[in-house]
Design a protein around this ligand. Structure first.
Ligand code: FAD
Length: 382
């Protein structure tokens, strides 16, 4: 067993780290405060190949693999979780759905723009009345001649008001649940489609999130991904990668909590000593260091399995569940270490505190990950 990273993994980690130090960390707090969506930075990230590693060269990928992609996610989330959220749209669920399920024409048309960061992607599942219950989606897509006519609305969609092209799930047979669901490619400027940004979010404010409303929106027949009724299977196929991606973002924000705690515990003094000298603070730091280390092993294992083209669905679920819960615990620990200064804009801990809960909700909540892990263990996989 080899725990060392390959040279190319170290190189991409160092490149992203340097990029974050120069281009992200100096602005991260202000972007969050002002709800600035840093479009130009995302373009630069695309230009540097940050989204390209899991994709074949013929679509603009670098074929560096999933572990490289996970390392990018971890490093970006360490600097800004808001910015890291775009990574999933540019290299996770959105383009992976196309890569795994799209026709050759669809891949050639859409993948290069998304992977290069020239175009922004989206992955629209969640609705006002259907979140965890994906089969309960109410948006309808009814075939009328050469087009599907979409009516309904999506909610909490990353890149809702800025995306160029993405994947959307709708019911082609509203009388069915799972079997009535289909996947489509939508474009941001289609008539009848409106993207509305959700303003004043609790956290991840530099990430565009919002509603996509469809009012008699005509989506060409050739934008159907796969066949009618395959939507649920298609969503599941890319969620394995999405879960590994959010697990890596959880790892990044957890590591940021560790970094901040160590810095502060070595700087702040009480009773004439560094606060890191107090055993109770040492316990908090030891717990978070150990848990984030364990998260890294789980997350890297899931990505390594993906690179070996081996089944990784259960391992990605375990990584997502553990790393997101460990990140929440690490951020709460960091807040205890920072005490009153958690509330000061002088430190990043307040931002981590506002951002981290998304990790236990996105790509399936912790409850759902627990159900999947337990069902797999019990041999009850549906
Ligand atoms: C910033 C942000 C960005 C997002 N980006 C996207 C995106 O790009 N695309 C997208 O499609 N969605 C996106 N989402 C939505 C996100 O994926 C959902 O929040 C998530 O799926 C959970 O939905 P919910 O929070 O509405 O919870 P609900 O489904 O309403 O569940 C509420 C609670 O009940 C629990 N629960 C529900 N059903 C069960 C059950 N059967 N058994 C046990 N417990 C259950 C859940 O675990 C949760 O704790 C985003 C959300 C945010 C906040």
């Amino acid at each position: 067993m080899d725990f060392d990273l390959q040279t190319e993994h170290i190189q991409i980690r160092d490149t992203v780290r340097k990029f974050c130090v120069n281009e992200v960390i100096p602005h991260a707090e202000q972007w969050e405060k002002d709800e600035t969506f840093p479009r130009d930075i995302i373009k630069k990230m695309g230009g540097l190949g940050f989204f390209a590693s899991p994709f074949p060269e013929k679509y603009g990928g670098t074929e560096l693999g999933f572990l490289a992609n996970i390392i990018v996610a971890e490093e970006l989330a360490r600097a800004s979780l808001g910015l890291a959220c775009c990574l999933n749209m540019q290299s996770g669920t959105c383009p992976m759905t196309l890569l795994l399920n799209g026709s050759e024409e669809q891949k050639e048309k859409y993948l290069p723009g998304i992977i290069s960061g020239e175009k922004l992607g989206c992955f629209a599942v969640t609705e006002p009345n259907a979140a965890t219950d994906v089969a309960g989606i109410e948006t309808k897509a009814i075939l009328d001649g050469e087009n599907y006519v979409l009516n309904g609305s999506k909610m909490w969609i990353t890149h809702a008001s800025v995306f160029d092209a993405g994947v959307c799930f709708a019911k082609t047979d509203p009388s069915q649940r799972h079997k009535g669901l289909s996947a489509f490619i939508i474009e941001g400027d289609m008539p009848g489609l409106t993207g509305i940004a959700e303003k004043d979010k609790l956290g991840c404010r530099s990430s565009d999130t919002g509603q996509i409303v469809f009012e008699d929106c005509k989506v060409p027949k050739e934008n159907l991904i796969g066949e009618e009724g395959q939507g649920f299977k298609i969503a599941e196929s890319s969620l394995t990668y999405g879960r590994a991606n959010i697990a890596a973002r959880s790892l990044g924000i957890g590591q940021a909590a560790v970094d901040a705690s160590i810095r502060y515990a070595n700087e702040r003094e009480q009773f004439g000593q560094k606060i890191g000298a107090f055993q109770m603070n040492k316990q908090i730091i030891a717990d978070m260091v150990a848990e984030i280390d364990a998260s890294r092993l789980l997350v890297y294992r899931a990505a390594w399995l993906q690179d070996q083209k081996r089944p990784s669905s259960n391992e990605s679920t375990i990584a997502k569940f553990y790393a997101s819960e460990a990140a929440v615990r690490a951020v709460i620990g960091a807040a205890k270490i920072h005490g009153a200064y958690t509330y000061s804009s002088e430190y990043s801990i307040g931002r981590l505190y506002r951002d981290v809960m998304l990790m236990t909700a996105g790509e399936g909540t912790s409850n759902i990950q627990r159900i999947i892990i337990a069902n797999n263990a019990l041999g009850w996989k549906k």
